[in-house]
Design a protein around this ligand. Structure first.
Ligand SMILES: [Zn+2]
Length: 384
């Protein structure tokens, strides 16, 4: 996380809790847990203040040399959120939207204990989900060469679905930072969100939001059925095709491929683990149809498999073949899909060009969030 320190002129420099907060923040910066951005005049005040040890004074001097490089980061598009600490105020807290970023404006009192400057917790429903999101965070750094002096510092935790919201609240109650992603479990673009996700919503208005902030935590609700929906299609193909898979699964990949070529976003709501057949897809359309005349989401999407004369792309040449439900089926990919994906990531070096255009916006959004919450400056500080 990035901390921007402001209003040192109005601060009460004889307040020890202010000085302790400054010491904790500088230590977190020097230990590469977080990033501190402060004006040279503030850092000089620390470097010349007898309250601080020589080591802390040296940290302030070193921090002074990084300001020019780090300051542009909070003005850039590479971060989605950061914390601004108002040194003239003890307990204030507000969230401000500024330049398409969420700035968490806080007083200094929260930081007088070192527990508040530990690395950010990344929370997901399952440990593999968290590993997947952290991979996306590192991918974001790797694919934006301007970020090559930064790295991620984080702790992982998971909630096993039902406990995720409770764990989130506990982490915040312990004065720690938390970034949490839950998937919506939506099987259809118009269907309601699942229970895990609803546990986070405190009032009905929240149901339309896909992110919200609460003190030093952020919850991002993934507008996709599940994390498997945002496995890049290339990677999915490689896992299925090279994985000794059934004919059904290979056909499923071919169908998805054909639909993606026609700009279908079907994977976003498709239950990859359990699969989907046409009959059930139409039932979902009936359940969640918004207007009577509207053909329905799946009906529209599945029609993208038809080339002409009611023939699907696989049977276009077979004049006497009658296409049926079997031509519009997506076979289940099983519950190990995500762990196979993580294994695949270990053995490959993907770049932005490998990510399909349906998945990429999700990766950009999550990558930016994870970077914002967990970034640290890799260049070591010589403080002694
Ligand atoms: Zn067919």
């Amino acid at each position: 996380m990035i901390f921007e320190l402001i209003n040192e002129e109005q601060a009460n420099w004889s307040d020890e809790s202010l000085l302790d907060a400054l010491e904790n923040l500088l230590k977190a910066f020097a230990e590469q847990q977080h990033i501190v951005i402060a004006r040279p005049s503030l850092l000089n005040k620390i470097a010349n203040n007898k309250y601080f040890s020589q080591k802390v004074k040296n940290m302030a001097k070193c921090a002074g040399q990084t300001v020019r490089e780090l300051k542009p980061l909070i003005q850039s598009d590479y971060v989605s959120t950061y914390i601004r600490i108002d040194l003239s105020s003890e307990n204030k807290f507000e969230t401000v939207e500024e330049n398409q970023k969420t700035v968490l404006v806080s007083g200094f009192a929260f930081f007088k204990n070192s527990s508040a400057t530990q690395s950010t917790n990344i929370l997901g429903e399952d440990l593999n989900d968290v590993k997947f999101y952290i991979y996306i965070g590192n991918f974001y750094i790797k694919n934006n060469s301007i970020l090559d002096k930064f790295a991620l510092k984080h702790s992982c935790c998971h909630g096993g679905g039902s406990q995720t919201a409770n764990i989130y609240n506990n982490i915040l109650a312990e004065n720690k930072f938390c970034y949490c992603i839950v998937d919506s479990d939506k099987k259809h673009p118009n269907s309601p969100r699942g229970e895990t996700c609803k546990a986070f919503l405190k009032n009905a208005d929240d149901d339309v939001k896909d992110l919200f902030f609460e003190k030093f935590g952020q919850v991002r609700i993934l507008d996709a059925h599940e994390v498997e929906s945002i496995i890049p299609f290339n990677v999915l193909t490689e896992i299925i095709v090279n994985g000794n898979s059934s004919r059904d699964l290979i056909l499923t990949i071919k169908r998805l491929q054909r639909m993606i070529e026609k700009d279908s976003n079907i994977r976003i709501y498709l239950d990859h683990k359990k699969g989907l057949n046409r009959e059930d897809a139409y039932k979902l359309d009936d359940m969640y149809r918004k207007k009577k005349k509207f053909k329905g989401y799946y009906s529209t999407e599945l029609n993208k498999l038809i080339e002409q004369n009611n023939k699907c792309f696989e049977h276009i040449e077979q004049v006497y073949h009658q296409c049926d439900d079997n031509c519009f089926r997506f076979a289940p990919m099983g519950s190990k899909l995500l762990s196979k994906t993580l294994k695949n990531f270990e053995n490959n070096n993907y770049t932005k060009g490998d990510i399909d255009k349906i998945t990429l916006p999700y990766w950009e959004m999550i990558g930016k969030d994870i970077f914002s919450w967990c970034c640290c400056y890799k260049v070591p500080m010589k403080v002694s």
